[in-house]
Design a protein around this ligand. Structure first.
Ligand code: PLP
Length: 448
């Protein structure tokens, strides 16, 4: 326990201003928080400023950013290309009650890159994007139920707030997970609408899907479980889902809000499997709030307001496709050439191999998952197949490492998932692995 206390003590000592800001925030925000995913115990750092791959907290501590706002900032903080277009737009108005050509430019970039996109629509969050893919699937099929995998995160609306970070001990059999509420307050009947299957267990999942095929409007899946631990699907699993949905007239939705970052055309390009619909968010807004959903023309035409009788599926949003976000997103995608993706992947492969070396030297079981510039650190030698394998990891040890990394000047997500931006090079990666080595040495010290 001594090491936990010392990591915690060090954190408490070095974050006194953040603590004061958190105490003040608690007077007006429940738990001082508006976004549960960036809260961690005992309290989070409060950020003063950020630039490139550096984040400086209110106590003046400069940390290397190895998460980039939950994988959003692929070019780092405030890249010049984005700042320039935003500054130019500031004098021309921030949001209009009519469209601008900026939405067409970002839409074209996405349709050119993403195999499943004939047409796309913009939202302000990934949550709205997945909500719309499911609504469209219901409109197309005339059916209501959806299937998702245990551990898959698709935002915070009711229909997907099922079996996310469940407690395996209370969630039924591994092979036949129960539909578990991810929150209190879900509408009546929500759980009955969602069939939950285990990730990457192809035969078992197929059997469960077959049992429900007549009721399913859609299967929604992250091709790589993102926020839960950067765990890629197997090709076999995704191929099964593609064949099953095609054979049964069910819409296959890839939620690529995080995994789009893995390759220029997203995971669908990486795996060579094209879904019917895709939801996006995060990197495509260049640091501004965004979501997008798209798919085949025949599905997306449901939303066409110019057709006789108006759109079949309603979709509005005051800030949808606002000029700032469209410009920032397009400036970001413009920079993301095939060469940049290759460099990001090379850097992240280097990071992955250096982390493994630290584990081998210190005889700590470590696995590093992820694709492209996304990675997740797991302290286990057990095979990582699906959500339950991640849930079985020692969460107290993970938290100790997370706090230790903060103390060593490294910021990741609190469950040790991360992302490498174009601002991160070999020097920063060597700093990261040296920090991780020190943290693990402290955690393993005999006095602990
Ligand atoms: C895979 C996935 N889908 C949807 C969402 C929801 O996106 P947002 O937070 O923009 O609503 C997230 C957010 O992390 C996500 O990781």
């Amino acid at each position: 326990m001594a090491d936990t206390i010392s990591e915690l003590d060090k954190y408490l000592e070095s974050t006194t201003k953040s603590k004061a800001l958190w105490e003040d925030a608690k007077n007006y925000l429940p738990g001082g928080d508006s976004r549960n995913s960036i809260f961690w115990a005992p309290y989070p750092i409060f950020v003063d400023r950020a630039q490139g791959c550096h984040v400086v907290d209110s106590d003046g501590t400069d940390r290397l950013d190895f998460i980039g706002t939950m994988t959003t900032l692929i070019l780092g903080h405030s890249p010049k290309s984005v700042v320039d277009v935003i500054e130019q737009q500031m004098d021309k108005g921030m949001v209009y009650n009519a469209p601008s050509a900026h939405q067409t430019r970002l839409a074209k970039l996405l349709c050119d890159r993403i195999p499943s996109f004939d047409l796309v629509r913009f939202t302000n969050s990934g949550t709205e994007a997945t909500l719309n893919t499911i609504r469209a699937a219901r409109a197309v099929t005339g059916k209501s139920k959806i299937a998702k995998v245990e551990g898959g995160y698709h935002g915070s609306h009711d229909q997907v707030s099922v079996s996310v970070r469940t407690n395996p001990a209370k969630s039924g059999e591994r092979t036949r997970p129960d539909s578990m509420p991810a929150t209190e307050g879900l509408g009546e009947g929500t759980l009955d609408q969602v069939i939950v299957v285990p990730f990457n267990e192809t035969a078992i999942a197929k059997q469960r899907l077959e049992e429900n095929k007549d009721d399913l409007a859609a299967v929604i899946i992250e091709p790589m479980l993102g926020s839960v631990g950067m765990l890629p699907a197997t090709s076999e699993f995704l191929t099964m889902l593609r064949e099953f949905t095609t054979d049964n007239g069910i819409i296959l939705i890839f939620d690529e809000v995080i995994s789009y970052r893995a390759a220029m055309g997203g995971c669908q390009e990486y795996y060579g499997i094209t879904p019917d619909m895709t939801s996006l968010g995060k990197i495509i807004g260049g640091g501004f709030s965004i979501g997008a959903f798209g798919g085949t023309k025949s599905i997306m035409d449901l939303y066409d307001p110019s057709q006789t009788g108006g759109p079949r599926v309603a979709h509005a949003g005051t800030f949808n496709a606002n000029p700032m976000t469209m410009l920032a997103g397009a400036a970001t995608l413009d920079e993301l050439t095939p060469e940049v993706y290759q460099k990001l992947e090379k850097m992240t492969d280097y990071l992955r191999s250096e982390i493994l070396k630290v584990g081998a030297e210190l005889e700590v079981p470590i696995q590093v998952t992820g694709l492209g510039s996304l990675f997740g650190i797991h302290f286990t030698s057990e095979e990582l197949v699906g959500y339950r394998d991640i849930a079985a990891e020692d969460s107290a040890f993970r938290h100790k490492v997370f706090l230790g990394l903060l103390n060593e000047g490294i910021l990741m997500a609190s469950n040790l998932v991360g992302a490498v931006s174009t601002e991160i090079g070999k020097t920063e990666i060597d700093t990261f692995t040296a920090a991780l080595r020190r943290v693990l040495e402290r955690a393993l010290a005999p006095s602990s």
